[in-house]
Design a protein around this ligand. Structure first.
Ligand code: PMP
Length: 355
């Protein structure tokens, strides 16, 4: 029996990427293991340049945007954003769930920020102007814990910053609307340890003088992201994932796959009274569908049956409960088929006649 994990914390690497990574751990370009590659070597600088070039191709990143390869996860970026961009002003944080609150709480350590509910964004008018204008507006592109996602990025009159940790490279990005995007790479594009930040040139040079150098975008951009040791191995894995995504047809292909897979999951959930989808239809995530059992007391039984069928880590976020599926780029097709088959079967076997 195959074993699949649907954990939200990290995504699997496709088999061919896993094989390339294993080989590089043995030997990289005839120079020994990638694990021992020096970050000051020309070989690493070439690897970093190729990775950036592939990212620029795949996402059509405009020339006036910089790409940074940092460490510390999206959580470090929650801290970096206010240091780099508040410049004594306030900011607007759109609250859409667990991770947007975490980002907002970090910024609130610097001073008052405006929190808006997601539904309030379209009608919000108090952006301020001139020196009183909000420094930026922050959104969480895909709420990993809550199972909601922006269908398209909002248009706002200040720079829009987006945490894309759980849907980066699962769809195109409109850089006409997004001024700064950041994402940890452990879900759809590699392994933990690396955070990609893509930001518009004009956002550089605004950092507070107390900004830690390692978090300072201007300092990192000037040093080609090598203020300190970059996560060499994770950058190698990212390049391998980008090559794989390109071979699949790029981000539009990834978006089509995520759409098809999530629709298959939601179709089963909506098709059986035994299941209840958590998010309203218009907000549903294509990456982290969340649902519950109509009879919540059966959740432990459901999870045990799923594990017995080789389907692991379907438990919802600890703060929110329920069930959650994560459909990151590297998840094999067979995993989705096995999951939807199990959901159908479980609803029929265990819940027949109860709803
Ligand atoms: N933002 C989002 C949307 C996330 O899903 C996560 C991790 N699940 C984070 C931020 C935090 O990422 P990290 O733990 O890598 O800092």
């Amino acid at each position: 029996m195959s074993r699949y994990s649907f954990t939200a914390a990290a995504g699997p690497l496709p088999a061919e990427v896993g094989a390339a990574v294993a080989e590089a751990c043995r030997d990289y370009e005839g120079c020994g293991s990638i694990l021992g590659l020096s970050f000051v070597s020309e070989r690493f600088k070439r690897l970093q340049q190729e990775t950036e070039a592939a990212l620029r191709r795949l996402l059509a990143i405009p020339q006036h945007f910089r790409v940074l390869f940092l460490s510390g996860g999206a959580t470090a970026q929650f801290a970096a954003l206010p240091f780099n961009l508040l410049a004594g002003r306030t900011a607007v944080y759109v609250e859409s769930g667990h991770w947007s609150r975490r980002a907002r709480d970090e910024a609130a350590r610097h001073g008052p920020v405006t929190t808006l509910p997601r539904e309030g964004l379209a009608s919000f008018a108090a952006w301020g102007s001139g020196a009183d204008a909000a420094a930026y507006c922050h959104i969480t592109s895909n709420e990993t814990a809550d199972g909601t996602q922006y269908g398209e990025y909002p248009e706002v009159p200040v720079p829009l910053l987006a945490d894309m940790t759980s849907d980066f490279l699962t769809r195109p990005i409109d850089f006409g609307r997004v001024a700064l995007a950041y994402a940890g790479t452990q879900k759809s594009i590699g392994v933990p340890g690396l955070t990609v930040v893509i930001l518009r040139d004009d956002l550089l040079g605004r950092a507070a003088s107390t900004t830690p150098r390692v978090l300072d975008y201007t300092v990192q951009a000037a040093a080609d992201s090598r203020v300190n040791t970059p996560p060499v191995f994770a950058i190698f894995v990212l390049r391998a994932m980008l090559a794989w995504i390109e071979a699949q047809g790029g981000v539009t292909a990834m978006a089509a796959i995520a759409r098809r897979r999530s629709e298959a999951v939601y179709a089963v959930v909506d098709g059986h009274p035994a299941y209840l989808a958590v998010a309203p239809a218009a907000l549903r995530s294509r990456i982290n569908p969340c649902f519950r059992l109509a009879e919540a007391a059966q959740t432990a039984d459901f999870l045990a049956a799923a594990e017995a069928a080789g389907l692991h880590d379907l438990k919802g976020h600890p703060d929110l409960g329920g069930l959650r599926v994560s459909l990151y780029n590297g998840l094999p097709e067979a995993a989705v088929a096995a999951l939807t088959g199990f959901l159908e079967d479980y609803a029929r076997r265990r819940c027949a006649g109860r709803a």
